[in-house]
Structure formats: structure tokens, C-alpha cells
Design a protein around this ligand. Structure first.
Ligand SMILES: [Mg+2]
Length: 246
């Protein structure tokens, strides 16, 4: 009888090792484009509550837990995903209506937005370092100003929102528009976000995808979605940007 050493399983029973993609150290950005909700302001839970309320008005019961991962995506995608969770198929018109209602609920709930730790410091440090910056968010114009102002900057940065493009994240349109308005090549930009949608959009735009663990996604989620780096918070990100090789 062969003696089994505890923990020494035959090789065929070990899980296959998936090599982690090794990406080169990103270079110092020519510009930084940032997501808003869950990246600069602590609003993801309010976003979820606003969507749940909008679905609820139409008799669609959606679990907040299940909606979380959709936050940050194009509003129509979120509307369709939520409806599907409630067992309903919806057309474009209803998706648009739910998106609008969710925005209205969000505005009501987001009366006193809280900036995430390090948000103000990061944007001020980028300004001091002469690195152009912009905010690219899937939200509609009316929903973003209270959040941007809560960060407490001396002047509002360039903002590109969901009303400026046909397809928001994970499509790269918002990010590419931000780069164009900043007058920089997309491949010199870093895009910073807290969701998998952000990482997908950054990769599609050809930007360095920088994930921050300030929302609901884990570092595994962000790296699997294409992040070049994933950091715990904005202070760490600030160091990574300023220390990056030129
Ligand atoms: Mg976000």
C-alpha cells in the first residue's frame, strides 16, 4: 500500500495554474482621466439604491447585491440587466425611462456626497505636477456636479459625461473624448476607475488601466477585466503616478 503524505496530492488532481499576465511597468501619464462614482466620491451604494427604487416603481424587484457589479456601466445596460434579473425584457424606450428615473432618485439621495480619501489630494498633486486631468463618467450631466464639487477643488476639472456620447462604458467613447478634449494621445493616458467596466473601457481606449479598490470590485475582478495595476486607494495611486518612469 502506498503511503499518502498529507497535502501531497497527485499532480493530476491539482488545479491548473493560470499564468498571471505580466504587464510592463506603466510610464508616467501624459494625462489622467478618472471615473467619478466609487473612484472620487463614495456614491456606489446610493447608485444601487437609486436603481432599486427606479425598478421598484415598475414592479420589478431587483436585489441590491446583484446590481452592484453593474454600477459604472452605461445606464441602458444597467436598466436591461436589472429588468432581466426581475424576469422582464424591456425595449430601448423603457430602458431610457428607468435610466432617467434612477438619475432622479440618485440626485435626491446624493444631497451631501462624500469624497473618497485622497481624491482632492490626488487631483491637486496632478495639477502641481502639470499632468492634465479629466473626469469621464457614465452618469448624466445633471447628476455629476454635486459629486465633483464635493471633492473641493479650486476649479472644476474637464468633465465628460454620459450625455456627450452614444455609448458609455464599457465602450471607450467617453475616455477617447476626454483625451481628445485634453489634446493628448490616448495611449499616454491612465484611466482610473473602481469597476470592471472602467478597466474594459480603458483597454478598449488603449489607455493604461488603473484600478482602485474603492468600490465593490476586488483586485482579482479588476485585473481579470484588464487592469494594468490595482491599488488600495487614491494615495497609493498618487505615489504610483508620480513615481512612474518617464
Ligand atoms: Mg465607478
Amino acid at each position: 500500500m502506498t503511503r499518502q503524505v498529507p497535502g501531497a496530492e497527485p499532480p493530476e488532481r491539482l488545479p491548473a495554474l493560470v499564468p498571471w499576465p505580466v504587464r510592463p511597468e506603466p510610464r508616467r501619464p501624459g494625462a489622467v482621466v478618472l471615473d467619478l462614482d466609487g473612484t472620487l466620491v463614495d456614491t456606489v451604494a446610493l447608485r444601487v439604491a437609486a436603481w432599486v427604487a427606479a425598478f421598484g416603481e415598475l414592479g420589478m424587484e431587483v436585489e441590491p447585491q446583484a446590481l452592484r457589479r453593474w454600477i459604472g456601466a452605461d445606464g441602458h445596460l444597467v436598466a436591461r440587466a436589472g429588468a432581466q434579473m426581475a424576469g422582464r425584457e424591456i425595449d430601448d424606450e423603457l430602458a431610457d425611462r428607468i435610466d432617467h428615473r434612477s438619475g432622479e432618485h440618485f440626485n435626491h439621495l446624493n444631497a451631501t456626497p462624500r469624497p473618497l480619501p485622497g481624491a482632492r489630494e490626488l487631483l491637486l498633486a496632478l495639477a502641481s505636477a502639470g499632468i492634465p486631468r479629466a473626469i469621464a463618467t457614465a452618469s448624466r450631466a445633471g447628476q455629476v456636479l454635486a459629486s465633483v464639487d464635493a471633492v473641493g477643488l479650486p476649479a472644476r476639472p474637464l468633465i465628460v459625461d454620459g450625455s456627450h456620447v452614444r455609448h458609455a462604458k464599457p465602450a471607450p467613447d467617453l475616455l477617447l473624448l476626454a483625451a481628445r478634449r485634453l489634446g493628448v494621445a490616448p495611449d499616454t493616458c491612465w484611466y482610473v476607475g473602481d469597476s470592471t467596466w472602467d478597466m474594459q473601457a480603458a483597454r478598449a481606449a488603449g489607455m493604461t488601466a488603473a484600478g482602485v479598490l474603492t468600490g465593490f470590485a476586488t483586485s482579482h475582478d479588476l485585473l481579470a477585466a484588464g487592469a494594468d495595476l490595482a491599488v488600495y486607494g487614491l494615495a497609493e495611486l498618487q505615489r504610483r503616478i508620480l513615481d512612474a518612469p518617464r
